[in-house]
Design a protein around this ligand. Structure first.
Ligand code: CA
Length: 704
């Protein structure tokens, strides 16, 4: 008898809830229509936010300067003890939530993991409208790291712009929540689909958006679209394409001289997946460019070279997309060191001279201060633990690589690791104090070349898999075991002086996984972490003054805003591994006393496993396939990443395994069909490998 997948899903869902993947609360229903809000935000309003809209949060980093500093003072060092929850709304979460809300004229706009937009009364928490761009769920498999994600919307000239994980840019009427236009930003050939996780930037009549997925063989670019019509105005590619074809612009012809081999076949990388900002004073758009792909330069560009414009800050003319200048943080990137971290613009006196500066703390661990007129390097000071480089040579502007740490020759733990000393979780800048508040992590990564490449000297690209170009599977495990102790991952909040390079204070976070930062005029710094606490610290001393347990994992940045006479602090909270997936927008004010129920806990005990029938050799093949296709979402050695912990699969899920993996039974949750990648026999080897890992971890845990 054959059964339909609907029938199967209905039977399977309760079992999944009981032991496997977890279902988030459904997206909230449409509700009452408040008075329509036109959201007439323009360049001037964003630029002058402090004078004209001190209670607003008008762009991703609040204003174009990206300080993430709210001048509001009602919540301050004296009153913060009285801060409490006033409202919360559920958000569907398929991954930890990253959304950074925007608040305009009393409306807060934020997104879920699938780029669904919520327009909510920022005072009461009542829904005004929701807009679902219908992101194609199968794109979840093209995630870099665990599932779909979205960092928020742009609000501009009466519209709300959301970029989707399936690489569309969608304009929505801010008053009604109805779609105005919808464009495919991935109109460029690629080996696997492009995705978008970042927030669009609105400026100068245009909407700027990049994309994600260097590891998936992409060639990075930034596109400017006409804000009114959605028409493409220009596109800037961050790395050169096939040199036998005409270059898109003269900058790329120059850049191609810094590459060798056949880099374009795997895209080259350089995706603009996070940071884009606008300078109203100098009429310039700044773009943070991602890492190279594959990661090892020896594979990517065998004859060497800096590989421009990887890992660079690039200044572009907003009207033409032509380059003004660039600064490359990591020439010849060899470590997944993106320069896509948020960029802070400020006017400050440097060495006795008033300068317009751009500050960035990219993955590579150096905090850069650049003159944003010409990209001149003014400071480069380490802010995180590192062993890859010793310092930056201020004459050449280049990092000096550590001659004793050459991982291609001796595989080893590298700091910062691929997650960087600082990742996309934004920092804050308090201009009055002259301090940047940086969420940093000392999280190492074990770098080693792939076994087959070492044997043959030839790198064989993997179709429909990430091409990191580093060792995976049991070979990597053996190398790690031989290398000895792994440096302990740690997370910190650091108050950092960009000019002296001094860490004024630091707080060790409860987890290595940490959240973005908000600084306020109340002398406070807010930050969440993976343990679920949102905390407030004294801006001068780092003394902890307040905390709140959200039962979630916080990586999204908190924001502050004011409606009427009340100051609020808001933060999105995503799934934490010991609970069923619950995402929420939480909003706090003085005197707030709403409570949050602890969500139901998952049973984390690994159940008795089905019979293992595979031979040792078959398990090795299952291990290889698992780490090529499954690990980026389901975790190294099947230890559960942010999604389903496959060691906890119930017997019903085991029985449905082929239907889930090869027929897309759980597509709505973002689990694509892998029928084109795995035969039935191969899918079974992956299942056998999962069983073997579950048995090992179950035995190690001892009797329940
Ligand atoms: Ca990367």
């Amino acid at each position: 008898m054959s059964v339909s997948s609907d029938w199967f899903r209905a039977r399977l869902t309760p079992l999944i809830l009981a032991g496997c993947c977890g279902l988030g609360p459904s997206a909230e229903a449409q509700s009452r229509a408040l008075e329509p809000k036109a959201a007439l935000v323009d360049d001037k309003r964003i630029d002058r936010i402090d004078e004209r809209d001190p209670g607003a949060w008008l762009a991703y980093g609040r204003g174009y300067d990206e300080h993430r500093f709210s001048p509001l003072t009602q919540i301050n060092r004296e009153t913060v003890g009285d801060l409490g929850l006033v409202w919360s709304r559920p958000i569907e979460v398929r991954h930890r939530l990253q959304t950074s809300p925007i608040v305009v004229d009393g409306v807060i706009y934020y997104t879920d993991s699938w780029s669904v937009v919520f327009a909510v009364d920022a005072d009461t928490g009542e829904t005004i409208w929701t807009f679902d761009p219908e992101t194609r769920r199968q794109y979840a498999r093209w995630s870099c790291c665990g599932g779909p994600m979205n960092r928020g919307v742009a609000v501009y000239r009466g519209r709300v712009y959301t970029a989707t994980f399936d690489a569309r840019l969608v304009a929505v009427d801010a008053a009604t929540g109805k779609k105005v236009w919808d464009v495919d930003t991935a109109d460029y050939p690629s080996r696997v689909p492009y995705t978008i996780s970042g927030a669009p930037l609105p400026a100068s009549g245009k909407i700027y958006i990049g994309n994600s997925g260097s590891e998936w063989d992409h060639r990075g670019y930034l596109t400017a679209y006409d804000a009114d019509t959605g028409e493409k105005v220009w596109r800037f590619f961050t790395v050169p394409g096939d040199p036998s074809r005409p270059f898109e612009n003269p900058e790329l012809e120059q850049a191609a001289k810094t590459w060798s081999g056949e880099w374009w076949k795997l895209g080259g990388g350089g995706t603009v997946w996070n940071s884009i900002t606008y300078d109203t004073d100098l009429h310039t758009v700044y773009v943070g460019v991602g890492n190279g792909t594959p990661w090892p330069r020896r594979i990517r560009s065998p004859g060497g070279g800096d590989n421009l414009f990887l890992s660079s800050v690039v200044a572009l003319h907003p009207d033409t997309g032509r380059m003004k200048w660039y600064y490359q943080t990591t020439p010849g990137d060899n470590w997944d060191y993106t320069a896509t971290q948020d960029m802070v613009l400020a006017d400050m006196v440097v060495d006795g001279r008033e300068r317009k500066v751009l500050m960035q703390a990219p993955k590579n661990g150096f905090f850069y201060v650049l003159d944003r007129r010409d990209g001149k390097l003014l400071r480069a000071s380490p802010f995180g633990a590192m062993n890859w480089a010793t310092h930056v040579d201020m004459e050449t502007g280049r990092p000096v690589e550590n001659p004793d740490v050459v991982w291609e020759e001796r595989p080893q733990w590298i700091l910062p690791g691929n997650t960087g000393a600082h990742n996309w979780e934004p920092m804050a800048f308090d201009a009055g104090r002259g301090l940047a508040y940086i969420p940093t992590h000392d999280t190492p990564f074990f770098f080693a070349l792939p076994e087959d490449y070492l044997e043959t000297g030839v790198y064989t690209p993997r179709r429909n898999r990430m091409n990191l170009g580093v060792a995976t599977g049991s070979y990597r495990t053996r190398l790690i075991e031989a290398a000895g102790e792994r440096p302990e991952p740690k997370g910190f909040l650091k108050a950092f002086d960009p000019l002296t390079g001094e860490t004024v204070w630091k707080v060790r976070n409860r987890t290595a996984r940490i959240g973005g930062v908000l600084a306020t005029g109340g002398g406070l710094v807010f930050q969440g972490d993976g343990s679920g606490f949102l905390s407030a610290y004294d801006s001068d001393s780092g003394e902890p003054l307040w905390k709140f347990q959200s039962y979630g994992s916080i990586i999204a940045p908190p924001i502050a805003y004011q409606v009427g006479n009340t100051q609020y602090v808001a933060v999105a909270v995503g799934a934490r591994i010991e609970y069923f997936d619950v995402g929420r927008m939480l909003v706090f004010a003085l005197g707030g006393n709403a409570s949050l129920d602890e969500p139901p806990k998952r049973d984390r005990v690994i159940p008795r496993q089905p019979a293992m029938t595979a031979s040792e050799e078959q398990l090795r093949e299952g291990d290889r396939l698992y780490h090529q296709l499954c690990a980026s979402c389901h975790g190294y050695q099947a230890r559960g990443y942010r999604n389903a912990d496959l060691r906890l699969m119930s017997s019903a899920v085991h029985e449905a395994f082929q239907k889930i993996v090869r027929e897309g039974l759980l597509l709505d949750l973002g689990m694509d069909s892998f029928a084109g990648d795995l035969s039935m026999q191969e899918a079974e080897l992956v299942r056998q490998y999962i069983i073997s890992r579950a048995n090992i971890d179950r035995a190690a845990a001892g009797p329940p």
